[in-house]
Design a protein around this ligand. Structure first.
Ligand SMILES: Nc1nc2c(c(=O)[nH]1)N[C@H]1C(S)=C(S)[C@@H](COP(=O)(O)OP(=O)(O)OC[C@H]3O[C@@H](n4cnc5c(=O)[nH]c(N)nc54)[C@H](O)[C@@H]3O)O[C@H]1N2
Ligand SMILES: Nc1nc2c(c(=O)[nH]1)N[C@H]1C(S)=C(S)[C@@H](COP(=O)(O)OP(=O)(O)OC[C@H]3O[C@@H](n4cnc5c(=O)[nH]c(N)nc54)[C@H](O)[C@@H]3O)O[C@H]1N2
Ligand code: SF4
Ligand SMILES: [Mo]
Length: 732
């Protein structure tokens, strides 16, 4: 029975599909999908997950789940589950034949050794992912630097959290959502920019609505009237790519009306004067013109924000997926700091974490420039600390590599010839993916490790059968910065192995076992604790036992008797950079205002391509769709991508609901059914990106990237539309 709470929230009280079957056990763990990391109990029978029970004690979601959480248990029994290793064989059905696991490992190691001998260590690159447990992400970073000795590893969070991460580091010196979600509930004003909370962070809806119940004003900034926008108090229908203009305009009104916290600015920040100077020209009229938002609404938003006594600002990829994503984030942080409403109860700021381990996955060394504990690979002291824990010479550690998209440019340049991909589906998820496909086929050797043959893995030479989330244990760090525990429910079936064992098997086959002889995930975690010790993301004091006792532990947690840090930046809290000079992670303990000038998107509309395309998500599908496109009830809910078009634009184009519509950008073309909706700006169309091949939105998107974070500009490119002459070939 699913008790409905709202558009995308359900109080789950067990599924009915396992009716009459007595489970062997139920296992308390977390949903494998988004960064909310809802608590769930999986029901297990004969080494199969057969259903679930709500885990009502888990404080974050109190038993609630979204449609994906309710149906997640169905994926393990899917017939596509990889049960053995595969090797490319053009003669075989589907292009692959089964291979004995050890032979596949041998073949993988031989190919790596051969390429490294012929072309150097740097000829091999790795792609990793933030759906993995933190233990695995740690091992991946260590494997690249210590076993392969290549600088080239990066991860799919490059497409996700990095603009927020860079912005947070520039402003606060630390990259973590700053507050427990309970602070949302007590806020007088909740500002939500570029976040489809109802569909993408469904449980957070509940926190926002609790705030609203208590009288909070909700402001939503989005080019589309999303489910959360339908219940907000003020909706700002922004033209994609213009958020920094809005934040600058709001700040200018705060300055003009003296809606500023002067003592806070004085005591806890630097750089306000230069910033104030830089936003001077952002009058409401100019802001309205650039953003496409009515002047009156801008004034209203500034007044509510400026005069509140408590507030919470959150954003997600809507402001981050831009070639100036970091600047957008800094603009958001500027209005938070100017209000002084951070670091205390009911006052806060957060970027909404995307992937299951979007937070933990960006802390412990799978990023191209990072070492565990959010340390810098280029910093000699940081290198020395980690090299010591790893028992290697710091000089042997490679220097920083390049971002995930640049890795593909290096394939094009012939510098990278071999690729190991675990937990990444770049062929669907990277922009301009026709380029990505050509590069995959150019590789001399490509091994993919996954539990399904995802669209990228179809281009692999070897596929190794990895583990589903419920087939292993370890930790992830959820949306509030809390480290929680994933518990193993079932064993990997057939020849499938836990991912960390596969990585160690490759190390062993290469004869490079030093540092890759862990017997359990817990041993990896214990080394990670030491590697992170004294860093910004300090996990040293976190133990699996403490996680269990406290329903999770927020980092930083520097010692075993430390309870963890739910709210960052509380005055009086010391940190490893500032000591007790102040709560921010800079030597003087103060936060930074950053001048963030407005620049238009890389590809603006013009006469040839007059419409803005923005891309994103729907509630029932997850990321590249590898998992959710295999879960029947979720497919039924939204079977294939459609293009959202406003009635005015549709009318101009002679398109009606359900018409096949061809969308063309400078990179590609696709034909989809039109969904004519009044909930989108008339100058913008929206396509969800969860599908592959002819249905992939990333055929159209632009590979422009933010110069600092290297995030792709998924949220704006220019397209033209026409009514299609016929349905696409596959549909005929
Ligand atoms: N159902 C579902 N939930 C998910 C995921 C999923 O795939 N499916 N993925 C998870 C992950 S990894 C992530 S990163 C998060 C993403 O969560 P969100 O960022 O909330 O989702 P998106 O759909 O990418 O984009 C959010 C909103 O940004 C708006 N937008 C587009 N351009 C702009 C702009 O220029 N300015 C502003 N202000 N808004 C703009 C879009 O209209 C959209 O409503 O969701 C997580 N949760
Ligand atoms: N146009 C457009 N493109 C986008 C976005 C957008 O808004 N618009 N959003 C971007 C964002 S925010 C994100 S996060 C990316 C995501 O992009 P990807 O990371 O490429 O998408 P996933 O579907 O998570 O692919 C991960 C693969 O890892 C596998 N996997 C999951 N868990 C595990 C595990 O524990 N072990 C192993 N071995 N494999 C595992 C899955 O089966 C899947 O094949 O997409 C980005 N692409
Ligand atoms: S997808 Fe996210 S919100 Fe939905 S149940 Fe899973 S963790 Fe919770
Ligand atoms: Mo993401």
């Amino acid at each position: 029975m699913i008790e409905q709470f709202g558009p995308h929230l359900a109080r789950a009280s067990g599924t009915r599909l396992d009716r009459g079957v007595d489970p062997d056990k139920t296992v308390k763990t977390h949903c494998c999908f988004c960064g909310q990391q809802c608590g769930i109990q999986l029901k297990v029978k004969d080494n199969q997950v057969i259903g679930f029970e709500p885990w009502t004690d888990f404080p974050f979601n109190k038993g609630m789940l979204c449609p994906k959480g309710v149906k997640r248990y169905l994926q393990g029994s899917h017939p596509d589950r990889l049960l053995n290793a595969l090797v490319r064989d053009p003669q075989a059905d589907g292009g692959f034949r089964a291979m004995e696991y050890n032979d596949a490992i041998r073949k993988t190691a031989d190919a790596i050794a051969h390429l490294q001998r012929e072309h150097g260590n740097d000829s091999i690159a790795m792609l990793s992912g933030a759906s993995l447990t933190t233990e695995k992400t740690y091992l991946m970073g260590k494997f690249a630097r210590v076993c392969l000795k290549t600088p080239y590893i990066d991860y799919n969070g490059r497409l996700c959290m990095v603009s927020a991460g860079s912005g947070n580091k520039k402003a606060f010196g630390i990259d973590r959502a700053a507050n427990p979600w309970s602070d949302i509930v007590g806020a007088e004003v909740v500002w939500i920019s570029g976040a489809n909370v109802g569909e993408c962070a469904p449980i957070t809806t509940n926190y926002v609505w609790q705030a609203r119940e208590q009288g909070a004003k909700i402001i939503v900034v989005d080019p589309r009237i999303t489910p959360i926008a339908r219940t907000c108090d003020l909706f700002l229908p922004i033209k994609p790519g213009r958020d920094i203009a809005l934040f600058n305009g709001v700040l200018q009104l705060m300055i003009e009306n003296d809606w500023l916290d002067h003592p806070f600015i004085e005591q806890h920040t630097v750089g306000f004067e230069a910033l104030a100077e830089s936003v001077h020209s952002w009058t409401p009229a100019k802001t309205a013109e650039v953003t496409g938002i009515a002047e009156r609404s801008i004034r209203q938003a500034a007044e509510w924000w400026g005069t509140a006594s408590t507030s919470f600002l959150m954003h997600a990829r809507g402001i981050e997926h831009h070639s100036h994503g970091v600047q957008n984030v800094l603009g958001a942080i500027n209005i938070v700091l100017a209000s002084g409403r951070i670091g205390r109860e009911n006052c806060g700021y957060a970027t909404i974490t995307g992937q299951a381990n979007g937070q933990g996955g960006r802390e412990h060394g799978q990023k191209c420039d990072q070492l565990p504990g959010a340390r810098d690979l280029a910093n000699p002291e940081h290198r020395a600390h980690v090299a010591n824990v790893w028992g290697v010479d710091a000089d042997q550690l490679p220097q920083p590599g390049v971002d995930a998209y640049e890795l593909f440019r290096k394939i094009e340049a012939g510098e990278i010839r071999g690729l190991i991909s675990l937990c990444f589906n770049p062929l669907v998820s990277l922009p301009d993916n026709n380029f990505v496909r050509r590069m995959l086929d150019k590789l001399d050797f490509f091994v993919a490790i996954d539990f399904f043959l995802n669209d990228t893995a179809r281009h692999a030479d070897i596929v190794l059968p990895g583990s589903l989330q419920e087939e292993d244990e370890g930790t992830v760090t959820q949306i509030e910065g809390k480290v929680i525990k994933i518990n193993q429910a079932v064993d990997p079936p057939g020849d499938a192995k836990q991912d960390w064992r596969i990585i160690q098997d490759i190390a062993a086959a290469l004869g490079r076992t030093h540092g890759f002889q862990f017997q359990s995930s817990r041993e990896i975690f214990d080394e990670l604790r030491r590697a992170s010790r004294g860093g910004v993301a300090d996990y040293y004091g976190i133990t699996w036992e403490k996680i269990e006792e406290q329903y999770g532990v927020c980092w930083p947690c520097p010692s075993e008797d430390h309870p963890g840090t739910p709210r960052l930046f509380e005055p009086g809290t010391p940190n490893p950079i500032a000591g007790d000079k102040g709560p921010y992670y800079f030597p003087d303990g103060k936060a930074r205002f950053n001048v963030s000038p407005y620049t238009p998107p890389t590809e603006d509309v013009d006469a040839d391509y007059p419409v803005i395309l923005t891309t994103g998500r729907v509630v029932s599908q997850f990321l590249s769709g590898t998992q959710t496109r295999r879960i029947g009830p979720l497919v039924d809910q939204y079977p294939e991508p459609r293009v959202e078009i406003h009635p005015q634009l549709a009318e101009r184009l002679g398109i009606v609901e359900g018409d096949w519509t061809t969308i063309t950008s400078r990179r590609g073309e696709m034909t989809l059914k039109a969904q004519v909706v009044k909930t989108i700006r008339p100058d913008t169309v929206f396509i969800p990106y969860h599908w592959a091949g002819a249905k992939s939105a990333n055929q159209l998107t632009i590979a422009a990237q933010d110069p600092i974070s290297k995030i792709p500009e998924y949220k704006v490119c220019a397209v033209r539309l026409r009514k299609a002459d016929a349905a696409p070939v596959a549909e005929n």
